[in-house]
Write a protein that binds this ligand. Structure first.
Ligand code: ADP
Length: 314
């Protein structure tokens, strides 16, 4: 597909779910999408007895400044898919276009792509390795060739953004920190590269409920205040129900469903076929409806459930 020459920089960031991209005229659509995946397939260990087709002809467009969640059961291809977003994996076939640039075209600068699209793996704290927090967070920016002054400023801003006290923590060994702090230091290392897109694989796994809530709030803050596009990966819809603008449900290497949370959560049978449980508030509204109450069952947050029940049964 030919991408018209419209830079996303010229397009106002979409805040929240607000306006529908579908309403925009076609000529403006290239600026709306920061990443476009076209007919992507990925085969591991091709032509061996262990050959596995992990991704099978997936097409997906990621909008500038949205929070997009990719959910699906273990083994459906989520991790494989996201490793294509910044060129860690090379497609067996298909294309990945980041900010209008086909990342596997001759001459494409993968280093620039990896700065634009920051990837945070599951349990990123396992990858901390430097002697001090500062050096660990500075590793990525230095690798990108950022000037030392900018590195200093960026490391400090990232740690402070994640509520880590820069002055007290910068000289400490990352291994002397608590699990939650280590997770945030690892995340700061990616944020310090100032990515336009942040891809997080199960970011809240293993955190306690408060740590999970705080991290979700930070993710939302990044989207709203810094205009970052967020891609979240999870095997559980409960984790991403409240935070997502849009949800993609994967099954067996393909996309089963795609839409806004309310739309996706109303497709109960398809979700069940992908071994996914509905969010608890959706389950509650369904049960109430089955018992004869006149309520909507496409609701997935506590507040929306409360408002719906009170509006029907004041
Ligand atoms: P998910 O993230 O949804 O759990 P993955 O992308 O990790 O799914 O895996 C998709 C499929 O690809 C699975 O069948 C998995 O066993 C296989 N797979 C993943 N990584 C590799 C690899 N490095 N080598 C071979 N097969 C792999």
């Amino acid at each position: 597909m030919k991408i018209p020459d419209i830079s996303v920089d010229n397009v106002p960031a979409r805040k929240g779910t607000g306006g529908s991209a579908a309403e925009a005229p076609e000529r403006d659509m290239a600026g709306v999408f920061i990443i476009e995946i076209e007919e992507l397939s990925h085969v591991y260990m091709r032509d061996t007895p262990f050959e596995t087709k992990a991704i099978n002809g997936v097409s997906l467009k990621i909008r500038n400044n949205e929070i997009l969640s990719v959910v699906g059961p273990t083994g459906c291809g989520k991790s494989t898919l996201i490793q294509h977003l910044n060129g860690i994996l090379k497609p067996s076939s298909g294309k990945v276009i980041v900010d209008g640039c086909d990342i596997w075209e001759r001459g494409a600068d993968l280093r620039k792509i990896r700065q634009k699209v920051g990837l945070v793996f599951q349990y990123p704290e396992h990858q901390l390795f430097e002697e001090t927090v500062f050096d660990d967070v500075a590793f990525g920016p230095r690798n990108l060739g950022m000037a030392e002054g900018e590195v200093q400023e960026s490391v400090k801003a990232s740690l402070l953004f994640l509520d880590l006290p820069f002055d007290r923590i910068k000289e400490r060994s990352p291994f002397s920190l608590s699990g939650g702090e280590m997770r945030r230091v690892a995340l700061a290392g990616v944020l310090a590269m100032k990515p336009r897109v942040l891809v997080l694989d199960e970011p809240t796994a293993g955190l306690d409920p408060m740590g999970r809530r705080k991290l979700q709030n930070k993710i939302r803050e990044l989207q709203k205040e810094q205009g970052t596009t967020i891609v979240l990966v999870s095997h559980a819809v409960e984790e991403i129900a409240e935070i997502s603008d849009r949800i993609v449900v994967m099954k067996e290497g393909g996309i089963l469903l795609e839409g806004e949370p309310g739309e996706v959560f109303s497709r109960h049978e398809e979700l069940k076929s992908a071994n996914l449980l509905l969010p608890q508030y959706t389950q509650l509204m369904r049960l109430l409806k089955e018992k004869g109450m006149d309520v909507r069952d496409d609701i997935y947050t506590l507040n929306a459930a409360k408002d719906e029940i009170l509006s029907r049964y004041p």
